[in-house]
Ligand binder design. Structure first.
Ligand SMILES: [Zn+2]
Length: 72
């Protein structure tokens, strides 16, 4: 998975934003952060239309930030 790293302060975020929450710079570089390390998960069994009947939603550490993702 990839993260966006601020070119000025090195802060990393999972979802790209207009500005860095650390220093307000607008310049990011996309970097590979490897696989996230899960620390909490939840199995969803009531899902919106168009999704599988159930899937696992996970919050994990990815580089210097956190990511929310679905187990594939
Ligand atoms: Zn920054």
């Amino acid at each position: 998975m990839n993260v966006y790293r601020c070119e000025t302060c090195g802060n990393e975020i999972f979802e790209r934003r207009a500005v860095c929450p650390g220093c307000l710079d607008e310049r990011f570089v996309e970097v590979e952060s490897g696989e996230p390390e899960p620390f909490v998960s939840s199995m969803l069994t009531v899902t919106p239309a168009g999704f599988e009947d159930s899937y696992e939603l996970i919050i994990g550490t990815l580089g210097k930030t956190k990511a929310i993702y679905r187990r594939v």
